[in-house]
Every structure is written in C-alpha cells, then in structure tokens.
Design a protein around this ligand. Structure first.
Ligand code: ADP
Ligand code: MG
Ligand code: MG
Length: 921
C-alpha cells in the first residue's frame, strides 16, 4: 500500500493572528487515507448530494466527472495527488437536475448535507463561518461535466458580513483588504444572485473615487473602501428591497440556488446550442475556501496552459497579475504579464508552477489549462482542465506527446478533433500581399486564421449584419459571455484589451475562429461606430484584415493563399492512414482540384461532375445549340462540338490522378440551368446563335418545371436524349485510350445519376457498353480496358430496390444530398428559410445536409448496402454527398461498411482522420 505523506499543515490566512488553529494537530495525525490506485472505487450513492475534497478526506475523483462536473472532479483529483488546493466540497450535477425536477426548489436535505460539509471545512481550516475572529470565506463556483468558459458566474469572498469583515481585518491585520473583499462580495452577490445591474455599483464606486481623488481603484484609501461598502449596501437595499444578508448560511443557500438557476440562463443555453452540448444533468456547485491574490505585492493570481494553446509549443504559457483577485485576469480588465516574467517577481513560485506543469501532464497525459493564486508567496491551485487549443496546436501536442512517450499513436489520433483540422486547412494571408499591406497595429495572436470583414461594434450588430449576409469582424474593447452569439456570427474577433486567456481568446480558440486580442492602440467607439488608430479612423463600411497567427490588424482586404500538408500534420495523417479501414476519395471536377486533393491524400475521385465542363467560354454556346436543336442530327452536330472539350478535360483529370480511379457522373442538372432567363440575356443568346428571340424564349418556357429538382434531370435526360450519353461516354473512352497510349493509366468509372428503377439503369448501361465497344473498335484498341459502370443511390426508391438495381451496377455511390432532400422532403436550396427555427426549437439537432441523418436517411443507406451486397457481393460502395467530409457522418459510413467516402479536396484530411478515429473507437 503506498503511503502518503502526512497532509501539509493547515493553511492559516492570518499570519499575524496569534490564535493557533485548533484542529490542525488532529489533521496532521490523520493516517494515510485509502490507496489511490488498485482499490475498488466506491459506488456512486445516488442519494449523496455533496462530496468533500481536502486533507480531511477526498470523496470524489475524475471517474465522477458526470456527477461532480469537470471542475469539481479535478479539484478532488488534484487534492488526491497532493497539489496545494484549498479545501472545499462539491454539490452534484444530479442535485441540479433534482432542483429543476422539483419545480426549482432546493432538494430536501441538501442544506443539512451542506452544513455537515461546512463543519468539516471549518475543522480543516480552523476558521468559522461568520466568525469575528478568523472567518471562513468561500467561493461558490459552477461547473458542468463539459467546460463552458465563463458561462456561469463565480461568487468570491462569500461569508463576509458586517461582523466577519472585522474578523477578517483582525485576522489579516489588513483592514483595507478586508473591506475590499467585502465590497467585492456585495457587488458580485448583488449582481449575480440578485440581478442588480453592475452599473449601479460602478456609479457608487465612481463617486467614492472622486471623493478621495483617486485615479484607480487601488488608490482609494481604507476609509474610502469602508464607505464604499456602506454605499454598496445602499445600492443593494435600493434595488433588492432588502438588506444584504448578514447570515453566511443564508448567503450560501442563495448562492447555491443561483448557480442552479444559471444553468438555464439565456447565455448558457446559447453556448450549449452553439457547441451542440446535449444530455447533461446540470451544473455542479463547488464551494471552496478562499485564498487571496489581493493581499499585497507578494500575492497574485493567474491562468496558464501547460503548453502554448495557439501553436502547441511545449512551453509553459500563461499570464498573471500581482495583487489581484480571481476574475481580474480572465475578464480582461487589466492586461496581465506573461508568466515568463514571473521569476523576477517570485522565482520560487515560478519553479513550483513548472513542477506542477509536469506533474499535471504526467497525471492527465494531456495539456492542461490551470488557474492559480498566490497568497503571500504561497501557491494554490484553483482549477485544472484539459486545455482548449487550436487545430494546429492539437496536432503538434498530440505528435509531441507521442515523442515524449506520454501517449501512443492511437491516442494521438483520437486526441485531435477531426473537424478542427479545418483550421490547418484554412487559407492564410498571401505573404507578398502582406508585405505591401498597411499594418495599422498589432495585438496578441489569440486564435489563428485570416479574416477579412467590416467592423461591427456590438454582438447584436454582428449577428444582424451577418444574418444579412455580410462578413463582419466583431470589434470590442473586451467580450463577455453575453456576446457569444455575436462572436459566433462574426468571421473574426478583435479586442483592444485582454490577454491570451481573456474571454474572447478562449472562446474563439475553442471554435477555431480567427481572433486578435489586446490591440491596445485601437480606440473603439461603439456609439459612433468608429475605430481610431494612430490618427486613422475607420467606420462600419471600411474593410479590415486581421491575422490571428501574428496579431496584425491591417487596413483593407488582403488576398489569401492555400495551405499545405507538412510536418506533424503529415505525420498524423500517415498514422491515421495506417489505422483507417475505409478509403478516402475526393469530389473534383478540374485537374487543379484533382491535384490538390491528391496532395491532401485522396485515393481517387468519387465524384467528377461533368456539367461544370459545359459552362466555360465556347462550350456553353455549343450546349445551348444542342438544347435548341429540334432533331437528333442537329443535337448530335452541337454535341460533336463539345466532344473535344470534354475529352481534353478527362485527359487532364486522368493525368492528374495518375492511375487512381475517377468516378465520372454523366450529365445531371435539368437543361434549363444552361439557358439564360432574363430578357436581355435571352436576346443576347438569340443573336449569338443567330436564331429568333422567340425561339429561345419558347424553349426556355418549354423547359420550365414546377419542381426542377424532381424534374427532367439525371438519367432521365439520357433516356430522352441518348446522344448526350453517347457523346459523354465517347469522350471518356477516347480520353482513356489516349492516356493509355501515352502510358498514363486511366481508371474511369461511369456513374449514372438519379436512378430509381432497375430498368432505367439496365437500358442506359446497355447503351454505355455499346458505346465503349464502338469506340474501342473505331480506335482499334485491343488491350484491356476496364471501365466500371454504376449508379448513384439518391432516390429513396433506389435504396428500397437496391437488390434489383445491384444486378446492373458494379458500384453504388450514395448521393446523400439528394437522398436527404427526397427523404425529408426538404428543398436543399431553400431549407434556410426554416432551418434556424428547427434548430432553435430542437426539432432537428443539426442541419441534415451537413451531418447525415442517421436515424432516417441512414436507414436507407444501410438497407441499400445490405440488399446491394446480398445481390452482388463484389459491389463497391461509396458516398459522394457533402456528408463525406463530415466527421460524424464518416463514422456512420465506417459502421455502415462503405468502401470509401468522397469529399471536397480541403476536407480530405478531415475524412482521413475521422475514418481512423472511427476504426479505433
Ligand atoms: P470560471 O469557470 O469562469 O473560470 P471559476 O469558478 O473557475 O470560474 O473562477 C472564477 C475566478 O475566481 C477564477 O479566477 C478563480 O481562480 C477564482 N477563484 C475561484 N475560487 C477561488 C478561491 N477559493 N479562492 C480564490 N480565488 C478563487
Ligand atoms: Mg475557472
Ligand atoms: Mg439544437
């Protein structure tokens, strides 16, 4: 049994207090508690509402995260590994759920349990709640199982009253400090628990500052702070209609209830909606004895990451403020100093922090985000949690931790959220454009990326203008939890105060949104809607470029360049490839896209749309001639003009893909999409083609359909106009033969879209085969030419009859865009008219066109896989809808047994990683 060192002696806030702390001896004598490893964990007792953490006993740990919340579980865990954590207790998330179940009433017996834990805390600290000698003060902190930065408010210094404030003054020998703590409590309690507008307290403070001719809060003398407490109590009285509670237990009870309430506050709901957090019990409440970072110049508070959260560099990274309490760092009110400068202030504490960094990382094998406070030179840990990081940092940290033997390759793969790779695949500002750019000022590079937009000055404005389709950068002095919706709508965030761990920085990094903070030279006037910097003034209509990787703020709109795959990113991809079992292809229509996708690791093209090839320059003219033609011969003459273009395109794509398969979809959109619709354009077309305007007009109206997406499109076109199919197949076969003769391996797969019955496919397949034979003969080409012929499964009937259809298909490719459209009956082009309401009201959990609807559409996919394979075991299966690059949908495709997913080139790395994660989970 591992023996534990005796618990460190009890902390006493009062260095000057002569009174010895009663229970300290008892605590010191306590034998080692139960072993930390190997012993069976106690079962969760559902009736237990409060868990203690401290030297007396520690009842919870990381395995109880769902019940204790992340903060509570880790406070207990840090206590167990003997890091210096002020003792306290946690009220469970299930208690919060019970609070709501019973119509927002504190569950019966809760306050009794709380009382017992307060007793224990009093014993351990040697302090007494409300005491006039050495009062116990606590913080009351929320904390759910999933971290929600700044979502719910913390109340500090709870337990102070008119009496105990004198006790604190006596115990610390610092009356100004004691009253300063008291005024903070009245303010926080008034604001957070009773809903008194913070402004009222601010005004009272301003009056006191004037009265005492103080510039800063810290300049106000003791007498001023004492008067401020009176003024604050008056504010409280006026706005609450009652006295500030003088009973610490009453304070505690109200504070606990208010934490429970905050779980369903608007901003908490908004955060959970945006982050898609569902299925939690509620929030836990952590009640923890206070330590003070504001006791003088030997005290301070800070936050840090065990590694750089922006780049991933393995270097302790943080910020601290001397003589400050709690929220001062996070709120971005004062700009803190980097932790690197700490040795000059206190070398010992800095060394301790570094030691804690490596202990925490060994313990959690993860990058941690910590909060700490130094009270008169002694360091305390107040929080640790897995640190949020950018996509780039996630990749680097995962690879570094493998090198450091902290984690395995498999864990590294699972550590990087596949969707976060988007950030590494984001464009960055073009370096040459950057050189010429006018850098207005520089802030801190809080979250990488390149954003170009126009300034919006409030969250509401950002949301509104973004909704109207504008690209806006939210420009604020600082942000707060109320702003999350606006921050989310903006394409970038820029603040003038605050550090790398300010609210704006943390939230933006979590989302992977470009963010620059602390650009102190900016003067932002939200009323006028202007930003002034170095004599230059910009308004709502001026374009701004911000670089989240360097912190630069640039006037105007800079051009961007595409990213590349290298270094740790490439390494992680290689590991992913070793574990994944499904293939990853790309959707590409041009040789340039095909090459890019190959560079990103695509193993073929899963969807090459041919209609895009009909639009450029002369081609559209021939296309229109074909559409206007009245006889088959005339159509064939027009199509003959298109043939060389199409053949050259295929040669380009086959060459780019160097022997990888290329699935080519025959023409899909309704013909009217190739015709002009405005009067002017119709006239122009008539004159270019030399036909009467009337003829064009009548063809346009003839082709008009009430439901074009359900109309004359897909394979239906080739049934009516077989010559289109002939031309396309000819182009494919001629291009393949040309390539093969040039020693370039071409592997085309011909895909017939929108099939709903076996007969449709059978008829067209026979025609494709005939055409292949014909071209081979014409070309006198005898070597092997293996061209697969398959279909898309995108009409529900095709999924239902997949066993029949498979008899004529070498492969299926699930076109989940149309399949979703037709299964839900939602128009994919118009869904945004109601989708926001569906998401808001939780009718849909997510946009079914982004993340595959597994319960509905997914069933059709599974059924088609089963029936298709039963009829034809060698049937090859893939997906080519937008979903192919969505991590959750990739997991589904893996489970459904598809052979590959296909997605846009930039999503290929995401799909590779998601596929590996699916295989490892
Ligand atoms: P958040 O989730 O917003 O970070 P926290 O509960 O972690 O909220 O805390 C808010 C601030 O108060 C943090 O800076 C934290 O370090 C500080 N704080 C919380 N509890 C204590 C305590 N017992 N003693 C001193 N400072 C505390
Ligand atoms: Mg915190
Ligand atoms: Mg929802």
């Amino acid at each position: 049994m591992p023996t534990r060192k005796k618990p460190s002696s009890v902390r006493v806030h009062s260095a000057k207090s002569s009174k010895p702390t009663r229970p300290s001896k008892k605590v010191a004598k306590r034998p080692a508690s139960k072993p930390r490893t190997g012993a069976p964990r106690p079962k969760v007792d559902p009736s237990k509402m409060v868990y203690y953490f401290g030297a007396m006993r520690t009842e919870g740990g990381p395995e109880l995260k769902a019940v204790l919340g992340g903060k509570g579980a880790n406070l207990a865990d840090m206590t167990s590994i003997r890091l210096p954590v002020p003792p306290g207790f946690t009220i469970t998330t299930t208690t919060c759920a019970r609070y709501y179940e019973s119509g927002q009433r504190l569950p019966h017996g809760l306050m009794n349990e709380v009382q017992k834990n307060v007793d224990l805390l009093q014993k351990e600290t040697g302090k007494v709640f409300g005491s006039i000698e050495n009062p116990l003060l606590v913080s009351v902190r929320s904390g759910a199982a999933v971290s929600m930065p700044g979502m719910m408010d913390t109340i500090l210094n709870l337990g102070l009253t008119d009496q105990s404030v004198e006790g604190l003054a006596a115990a610390t020998g610092n009356r100004r400090f004691a009253f300063d703590a008291y005024r903070r409590l009245i303010n926080m309690f008034g604001d957070v628990v009773m809903g008194v507008d913070h402004e009222h307290f601010e005004q009272a403070f301003t009056r006191i500052r004037h009265k005492f001719s103080a510039q800063q809060d810290t300049d106000v003398p003791e007498q001023g702070i004492v008067e401020l407490c009176e003024a604050y109590k008056q504010v409280y009285r006026t706005h609450v209609g009652d006295e500030f509670p003088q009973n610490p237990f009453k304070q505690l009870e109200l504070a606990i209830e208010s934490v429970f309430k905050s779980w369903n506050a608007d901003r908490a709901l908004a955060y959970r909606r945006i982050a898609n957090i569902q299925g939690l019990n509620g929030t836990a409440v952590n009640v923890q004895s206070m330590v003070f970072g504001n006791m003088g110049d030997d005290s301070g508070t800070g936050v840090a990451f065990t590694r750089n959260p922006s780049t991933g560099e393995n270097k302790f990274y943080g910020e601290f403020l001397i003589n400050a309490q709690g929220e001062d760092v996070v709120a971005g009110i004062r700009t803190p100093r980097p932790v690197d400068e700490m040795p000059r202030w206190n070398r010992k504490v800095h060394a301790e922090l570094l030691a804690i960094k490596s202990r925490l990382e060994k313990h959690y094998r993860e990058m941690q985000d910590i909060e700490f406070t130094i009270e008169r030179g002694k360091l305390y840990m107040l929080q640790t949690r897995t640190g949020k990081r950018t996509g780039a940092a996630a990749v680097k940290i995962a690879c570094d931790m493998v090198r450091e033997k902290l984690i395995s390759e498999r864990e590294a793969i699972l550590r990087v959220p596949a969707g976060d790779l988007t950030q590494l695949l984001l464009p960055s500002f073009d370096p040459t454009a950057k050189k010429l750019a006018k850098v207005l000022t520089r802030g801190l590079p809080a979250s990488p990326g390149a954003a170009v937009g126009r300034p919006a000055f409030t969250a509401g404005e950002a949301t509104e203008r973004a909704r109207a389709g504008e690209k806006v950068i939210l420009v604020r002095k600082e942000t707060s939890p109320e702003d999350v919706e606006g921050m989310h709508s903006a394409i970038g965030i820029l603040t003038s105060t605050g550090g790398m761990t300010s609210h704006a920085a943390v939230v933006a990094r979590g989302w992977g949104k470009c963010c620059v903070v602390g650009a102190g030279e900016l003067h932002i006037d939200p009323v006028l809607g202007t930003i002034t910097v170095k004599g230059r003034t910009l308004g709502r209509q001026d374009l701004l470029s911000i670089d989240g990787s360097t912190g630069e703020v640039i006037e105007g709109s800079l051009s961007t360049v595409a990213p590349t795959l290298s270094g740790d990113f490439a390494k992680l991809m290689k590991w992913a490839d070793a574990y994944r079992t499904i293939g990853v292809r790309t959707n590409a229509d041009t040789p340039a896209d095909a090459r890019r996708a190959r560079d990103f690791g695509a193993e073929g093209i899963g969807l090459c749309r041919t209609e895009h090839m009909f639009f450029e320059g002369e081609r559209i003219r021939a296309m229109r001639e074909m559409i206007l033609a009245e006889t088959r011969e005339a159509r064939e003459r027009a199509l003959a003009k298109l043939l060389p273009f199409q053949r050259d395109d295929f040669v380009g794509i086959f060459t780019a893909m160097k022997g990888l398969p290329v699935t080519i979809r025959l023409i899909d959109p309704p013909l009217h999409e190739f015709l002009p619709h405005s009067d002017d354009a119709v006239e122009e077309m008539a004159s270019t083609l030399g036909v009467p305007v009337e003829k064009v007009r009548s063809r346009v109206s003839q082709l008009h359909e009430a439901n074009p997406m359900l109309g004359h499109r897909g394979c239906r076109l080739c049934v009516t106009y077989p010559e289109i199919l002939d031309m396309q197949v000819r182009a494919i076969v001629e291009a393949s033969i040309a390539c093969l003769r040039d020693k370039i391996k071409a592997v085309p797969e011909i895909m017939i879209p929108l099939v709903g019955t076996r007969a449709e496919l059978a008829v067209l397949r026979a025609q494709v085969e005939r055409m292949i034979r014909q071209v081979r003969e014409e070309q006198d080409f005898s070597p092997k030419l293996d061209i697969k012929i398959g279909t898309m499964i995108e009409v529900p009937r095709a999924a239902l009859t997949a066993d029949e259809i498979a008899l004529d298909a070498d492969f299926f490719s699930f076109g989940t865009n149309d399949l979703t459209q037709m299964t839900f009956g939602f128009s994919r082009d118009d869904i945004n008219s109601f989708l926001p309401d569906y998401l808001h009201r939780d009718i849909l959990a997510q946009d079914p066109f982004q993340t595959l609807d597994q319960t509905g559409v997914g069933q059709l996919v599974e059924m088609a896989v089963r029936k298709g394979r039963a009829a034809r075991p060698a049937l090859k299966l893939g997906i080519c809808g937008e979903h192919g690059g969505d991590p959750r949908s990739v997991h589904f495709c893996h489970r459904a047994g598809l052979d590959y997913v296909s997605c846009s080139p930039f999503r290929v790395p995401i799909a590779r990683l998601a596929a590996a994660q699916a295989a490892l989970m």
